[in-house]
Write a protein that binds this ligand. Structure first.
Ligand SMILES: [Mg+2]
Length: 189
């Protein structure tokens, strides 16, 4: 069989390169050891997962003034200030990690926010990020769900992990432990 006599396996990663279809001779050269049919054993589909950089907000990207107002052992901590847009926009200071968020975005990766704040504040978070040139792909706020913040964050990271190679930055260890179990690569701030 000559180099041009076979049909190219459409599932082969060698069939196309980023520069367009390869010549069949090129294909043959790289696959001369493999059968030229669509044998499942020699069909390799390379799907490179895009990278997602997921950042917690408070204590990770920004030093903020929001505090736990009170902690009731029956109902958990009261995060009322986590919904205060005025305080967020006027009293937040960027932390060094903001540079990483800026850089990875410049490199074309997606930036997500994953915070225990309440959903009502998502637009203010976007405005705050915009001041630093960051456009979040999505701002996940889990604060309306309850107090199992680490659990809710892990659930979202597990979902993101189906589509992206996920890198997660947070300043709270319990969040990172569950995030790692959910498959994210984690980094403590
Ligand atoms: Mg935090």
């Amino acid at each position: 069989m000559g180099a041009g006599d076979f049909s190219i396996n459409p599932y082969s990663p060698h069939t196309y390169s980023r520069f367009g279809p390869r010549k069949s001779s090129d294909f043959f050269e790289k696959n001369h050891h493999a059968p030229l049919t669509a044998d499942p054993q020699c069909v390799t589909v390379y799907i490179m997962r895009d990278k997602a950089f997921v950042f917690d907000l408070d204590g990770t990207l920004f030093e903020t003034s929001a505090k736990v107002l009170q902690s009731d052992p029956m109902v958990g901590p009261d995060y009322v200030e986590f919904g205060d847009a005025y305080k967020l926009l006027n009293e937040s200071k960027p932390l060094p990690l903001i540079k990483l968020a800026q850089e990875v975005q410049k490199e074309g990766y997606r930036v997500f926010i994953l915070t225990a704040r309440r959903n009502i504040i998502a637009p203010a978070i976007k405005r705050l990020l915009a001041r630093y040139g960051i456009t979040a792909e999505y701002v996940f706020c889990v604060g309306d769900r309850g107090f199992d913040v680490a659990q809710y964050k892990a659930e979202i990271l597990r979902e993101l992990g189906k589509e992206f190679q996920t890198f997660f930055y947070d300043n709270e260890k319990p969040n990172l432990v569950l995030a790692a179990q959910a498959g994210a690569r984690v980094f403590q701030v």
